[in-house]
Design a protein around this ligand. Structure first.
Ligand code: ATP
Length: 453
């Protein structure tokens, strides 16, 4: 008993049979786990590095102990250790220790030093994604893999994703970190295909230690890129490489997106960013001013936080405009000058809600669900049309003064009872599916942010 690796191998195979680990994981473990000693019911398993020791301890210790104890009929404790021969290569960094011949990488293309955890101001709206991002950065490929960060525009998805990349790079510059927008990946694939080198495309992405992919909703309808991403995903996930995606909506609401991909995304952690509260907006403005070495009177900061209801990008635009105007004209920054600047910069998004028309709502919802406004108005009753139609009616009821009769007329002359039924249906769905609430919030925000279509 416990004279070689037999029991370890059998236990790993057992975990595969029980669907606790994948075949790829088993192969990796088998290669790296070796019997070191067995004394007083304590099985010491050596691993090549501190990184693997910690990872295995977290992922497999409990399951392996349970199986071995059952096999042996006595409680077996596992202790993972680092093989003495590899002690010198121990690396306290969170990512796998670099191989000696692996070159130090340049800071990955696209990663901005402005987007770090230090420059991100967490608030009630973002604490969960912020903490998740830190946990991922400290332990890539750990418990939160893959991770999807979703939310409306300008709320900090890219910032958090880049902060993960910057942190990993700063702690392990040998890690191969790829940060790419989905759109860029689409073009990258197209150029590799044109150049007859699809293999080079795969090779490039499958060698990543960390893949950070921004705006995956832009891959809707892009079947070829989705297929390639599926391949890359499996490769990276199988080798416990960290994958992070951002998206403008919950994954279940992606249209024309391969279900084998969405089901894989859903395996991991999903976190959403909401618009900041008044207090968080104040903290963000102060932070931005501090970073840029600017000063605004406190009442001006409050006015900006009160006025900008949309997103953080607009807060930044407000700061830039107010400061630039004062700088270029020599005028003091006062409440009056700030009101004038805000009106000039955000004429559209500060408009009163009364200007929201049903055609604007219909256009935004049709675009979001990748259907046409005519579909919304039509008699078609397929699921992919009925749900957006009900949602559009519900949102119109929420944010306009239109009566149910008037709303019905906007949807191909439907009766007011149909509109009432639609609103009730959405209320019911909100109870079952918590994602719907945030979708509604995001759509309402889009309606308010966008001018007349
Ligand atoms: N909590 C925050 N603290 C500091 N800055 C923030 C915060 N949230 C967002 N920002 C800033 O707001 C701007 C927009 O953020 P970001 O680009 O990450 O948004 P996004 O959600 O990716 O938007 P989009 O969907 O349009 O790509 C960035 O300059 C970012 O630094």
């Amino acid at each position: 008993m416990f004279t070689d690796n037999t029991e370890i191998r059998e236990t790993l195979q057992f975990l595969v049979d029980q669907n606790e680990i994948t075949e790829t994981e088993r192969l990796g473990c088998e290669e790296r786990m070796h019997l070191a000693s067995f004394q007083n019911n304590v099985l010491e398993i050596s691993t090549p590095s501190r990184y693997y020791r910690d990872r295995y301890e977290e992922r497999y210790k409990e399951k392996m102990e349970e199986h071995l104890s059952q096999m042996e009929g006595r409680p077996i404790t596992i202790e993972f250790s680092v093989r003495p021969s590899s002690l010198e290569s121990q690396n306290p960094s969170p990512t796998p220790p670099p191989e000696t011949n692996k070159p130090k990488q340049q800071r990955p293309a696209g990663l901005s030093l402005l987007y770090t955890f230090e420059t991100f101001v967490p608030g009630e709206n973002s604490l969960y994604p912020y903490n998740a991002a830190i946990a991922i950065a400290k332990k890539p490929g750990g418990a939160y893999n893959p991770c999807l960060i979703y939310g409306g525009v300008g709320l900090g998805k890219t910032h958090l994703m880049q902060a993960i990349g910057n942190y990993i790079y700063d702690h392990n510059p040998h890690a191969n970190i790829i940060f790419i927008s989905a759109e860029k990946m689409f073009h990258d694939l197209a150029s590799h295909t044109r150049g007859n080198s699809p293999h080079a495309f795969r090779e490039k992405y499958r060698n990543a230690d960390v893949l950070l992919m921004d705006d995956i909703h832009l891959l809707q309808r892009k079947v070829e890129t989705q297929n390639e991403l599926f391949y890359v995903f499996n490769e990276l996930y199988g080798h416990q490489k960290q994958i992070v995606f951002t998206c403008d909506r919950p994954i279940s609401e992606l249209q024309n997106f391969s279900s084998r991909l969405t089901s894989r995304f859903e395996r991991g952690l999903t976190v959403d960013l909401q618009p900041p509260t008044f207090e968080t907006k104040i903290a963000i403005i102060k932070k931005k001013l501090e970073i840029e070495g600017k000063e605004f009177p406190p009442e001006v900061i409050e006015l900006i936080a009160n006025t900008i209801q949309t997103n953080v990008r607009d807060l930044e635009a407000a700061i830039t405009n107010i400061h630039a105007y004062a700088d270029l004209t020599g005028e003091k920054i006062t409440l009056e000058s700030t009101i004038a600047r805000l009106k000039a910069t955000f004429a559209g998004s500060l408009a009163p809600q009364g200007t929201i028309s049903s055609s604007k709502v219909q256009k935004i919802i049709a675009d979001y669900f990748d259907i046409t406004v005519n579909d919304l108005k039509s008699k078609r009753k397929t699921k992919n049309i009925v749900y957006p139609r009900q949602l559009a009616m519900y949102i119109l009821r929420q944010i306009t003064d239109l009566s149910t009769t008037e709303i019905g007329l906007e949807f191909g002359g439907r009766d007011h009872t149909t509109v009432m039924h639609a609103c009730q249906k959405i209320e019911d769905l909100k109870i079952i599916d918590p994602n719907i609430e945030s979708t509604i919030r995001n759509l309402i925000r889009s309606v308010k942010e966008n001018g007349e279509p």
